[in-house]
Design a protein around this ligand. Sequence first.
Ligand code: AMP
Length: 125
Amino acid sequence: MPVSGLPPYDTQNIFARILRGEIPAGKVYEDDFAFAFNDINPQAPAHVLVIPKGSYCSFADFSASASDAEIAGFIRAVGKIAKDLGLEAPGYRLLANMGEHAGQEVPHFHVHLFGGRPLGRMIPG
Ligand code: AMP
């Protein structure tokens, strides 16, 4: 269920369509809880998007409404993907944009996983 005051889940959003296999994606990982694929406009040598399999609009929605199993499964998948990509030793960054002020473009909760070079300041400017 979406968070009160926020729009309902849009089943036609692009990540929902990727999950349904309606449009292609550069798949990196999949399990019962998470699907990961390369960002189409990478901002670092490694730029992977990790999304839950469930229909959650945003971090606010996911954190409030997902089951404990979904949350644990998703977080463990993010850690496994980073490790499998060899990013643990050099380090990596996770980012989740939530809502208008963060510039969230796609209304299906996703975590950006960046790595492969020093990533600079956390927030520009
Ligand atoms: P956000 O601003 O946090 O909502 O990020 C959305 C991200 O989705 C951006 O980094 C886009 O480059 C990425 N993106 C949009 N469409 C696709 C797609 N079809 N395949 C992979 N990444 C996409």
